[in-house]
Design a protein around this ligand. Structure first.
Ligand code: ADP
Ligand code: ZN
Length: 628
């Protein structure tokens, strides 16, 4: 048990170096555990503050923390950020020159260094650990889920870390960190990294500052542009499934006046690096990318993430959407869903031909993803439950009628059809599929249900069918959404034939038509006059309220002036802007408008070192702004 004086010491370091006045959930316990010499497993969602948990022990113990991380692209920024608050840090990876690496090792051996970031590959080839064992006070393994087959990015080299650690004194504690880990993955982390009777600290997975929306995909570029327009001051990421789609969307967004760059594995390495760097440096506001983008992104003020295609698991969705709002300020995550994506992922699974148990796991993950996308239940709740946590988090049950207030369902933007109407619609749509004998795609089925008179319909004499026009009072977009939802619920399925996805009726669909049953259907509402056919629109606080609260008392003009100041310093120092100040700190500064050095003391995110380095520039900016 840490004593009161231990706690006071930790808090003092937190204040001095980081400028924060209190710990986030689990941080203090995790730090105390390793400072006391014990092993520790820490699962905290993105933005939960994991890095501090391995950075602070090195300061307490006056020793060296070795941080194993697969994210080479991030290391240099993390080193810069640590140095910037006065912690001696270095990185060893393949993109450092031999001379730089030697210099870092000299520093480490001398005992001056507090943090040494290293890639697993480098750790495994070298004799690095024996050289630093005298000073080492902690080894931390970041992204530790990579050690598990069940995780979403298995890396075989992680399995060898256990042996490498054996070169260290047995008394040196080990810490394993990740943003998401199911109980299975946690077991693997303990086993394969050789954690000895570790304390487990598992944070609640919910990201309360994120607004989730899952809406049917229609005119993608237009839908993305609408999201971008809601966040004029912040960065955004668009994820698409294929390179072609990436190129196309980037082009379309540019033609709508949005400064978007493409990023995918097919691009030349230099070009790709430049796009990534420009995004981190905030000179490019929007990147359209395949999932290859993001592992190396630490930009904390990403204000929105749109998925133009559905990811293959909720683990992926949580990770990718989680790149929004790392600074804790409100941010928006939009999933544009079309059931066709599921067929694409199934096709990839088929091509991969994994062993049966792995296939089963992949298919289960895909089903869970599809359910999240189409079930009209609070998205925060669905995500939390998937990761094994109850929602709302304990202690925050008092949400009442309004729900989370931060998803399309709770905000009444997506409404639920009542049971009788949902069943009626489902029966009618399935009947159209049945009457067209499973030989047609989604567009044709929709056209028949609407009662259209197209060439295709006349050719197949489908205008003669009793179901022609059976849902003629609905609009096309709604019917497409409903068909998607019936596919996700297994009442219909798609089968590929000659490159076409044909819509078929499943056994479950047949049973529903014969015996009736429960179907859940939802419908997106137009922004104005949200009253669904058969649906109840709940009226709640709007998402804008959340946004406005985060800007409360902030002088936006001063914020912009401070942002320009930050950009100038970042350029001069050759580091990303967030290394200078996070957006949270910038907003706080624009609230306080300090004109004296002492006024900086209480500002969150301004520790001793930053106050000394940037205090004068901040005050000059405030004074110049006020003098106008
Ligand atoms: P993670 O690695 O878990 O995604 P980070 O370590 O990058 O999260 O921290 C996310 C943000 O939260 C950073 O800006 C960090 O400085 C900030 N932060 C961490 N701990 C605290 C704290 N105790 N109080 C306020 N902000 C914190
Ligand atoms: Zn909700």
């Amino acid at each position: 048990m840490p004593t009161a004086s231990d706690t006071a010491r930790l808090t003092q370091l937190l204040q001095h170096y980081w400028g924060y006045d209190s710990f986030r959930p689990h941080q203090e316990q995790a730090i105390s555990q390793v400072v006391g010499g014990g092993d520790c497993l820490l699962v905290l969602p993105t933005g939960g503050g994991k890095s501090l948990c391995y950075q602070l022990p090195a300061l307490v113990r006056d020793g060296l923390t070795v941080v194993v991380s697969p994210l080479i692209a991030l290391m240099d920024d993390q080193v810069a950020a640590a140095q910037n608050i006065g912690i001696a840090a270095a990185a060893l990876h393949s993109q450092r020159s031999p001379a730089e690496r030697q210099e870092s090792m000299r520093e480490a051996r001398s005992g001056r260094l507090r943090l040494l970031y290293i890639s697993p590959e480098r750790l495994l080839i070298g004799d690095i650990l024996p050289q630093v064992r005298d000073h080492c006070c902690l080894v931390a393994v970041d992204e530790a889920h990579c050690v598990s087959h069940w995780g979403h990015d298995f890396r075989p080299e992680y399995r060898q870390l256990h042996d490498a650690f054996a070169q260290l004194d047995a008394s040196i504690p080990r810490m394993a960190l990740t943003a998401t880990a199911t109980p299975e993955v946690q077991r693997d982390m303990v086993h394969y990294l050789g954690l000895r009777d570790p304390a487990h600290f598992v944070g609640h997975p919910d990201r309360a500052n994120l607004m989730y929306r899952s809406i049917p995909r229609r005119r993608v570029a237009e839908q993305i542009a609408q999201v971008a327009q809601r966040h004029p001051e912040g960065g955004g990421i668009v994820y698409a499934l294929t390179r072609k789609e990436v190129e196309k969307l980037a082009q379309e967004l540019r033609s709508r006046g949005i400064d978007a760059q493409a990023y995918h594995a097919g691009m030349e390495a230099d070009h790709r690096r430049r796009v990534q760097q420009d995004f981190v440096d905030e000179t490019v506001p929007v990147v359209v990318a395949t999932v290859a983008f993001g592992m190396g992104i630490d930009r904390s003020n990403v204000r929105w993430v749109v998925h133009a295609g559905c990811p293959r698991s909720l683990e992926h969705y949580q990770q990718e959407s989680g790149r929004a709002g790392r600074d804790g300020l409100p941010a928006e995550c939009v999933l544009l869903f079309g059931a066709g994506d599921l067929a694409t992922h199934r096709h990839f699974i088929d091509v991969d031909a994994p062993p049966p148990d792995r296939r089963q796991a992949l298919e289960d993950q895909l089903r869970a993803m599809a359910r999240f996308a189409t079930t009209p239940v609070c998205r925060h709740q669905l995500l939390s439950e998937y990761f094994g946590a109850i929602y709302p988090p304990p202690g925050q049950e008092a949400q009442g009628e309004a729900g989370c207030g931060a998803c399309d369902v709770c905000l009444g933007e997506t409404t639920i059809l009542d049971d009788a109407m949902a069943e009626d619609v489902a029966r009618k749509l399935i009947a159209v599929v049945w009457h067209t004998k499973g030989g047609f795609g989604l567009a044709h089925v929709v056209a028949v249900a609407l009662g259209r008179n197209t060439v295709g319909i006349r050719r197949h004499r489908h205008d003669q069918l009793s179901v022609h026009g059976i849902l003629s009072h609905c609009d096309e977009a709604t019917l497409r959404t409903w068909l998607d939802q019936l596919i996700v619920q297994g009442l219909l399925y798609q089968e590929r034939s000659d490159g076409f996805a044909l819509l078929r009726m499943s056994q479950e669909g047949k049973t529903l038509c014969r015996d009736g049953g429960r179907v859940r259907l939802s419908q997106p509402q137009h922004r104005k006059g949200r009253k669904a056919a058969g649906g109840e629109a709940r009226s709640t606080g709007s998402s804008q309220d959340v946004d406005e609260a985060a800007w409360q008392g902030v002088d936006k003009g001063l914020f912009d002036a401070l942002r320009s100041m930050r950009m100038r310093i970042a350029k001069a120092d050759g580091v990303p802007p967030y290394v200078i100040f996070h957006d949270t700190t910038l907003r706080e500064l624009a609230r306080v408008a300090p004109t004296q050095l002492w006024e900086l003391e209480g500002v969150k995110g301004v520790g001793q070192r930053k106050s000394e380095r940037y205090g004068a520039a901040v005050i000059a900016t405030v004074q110049e702004y006020q003098g106008r």
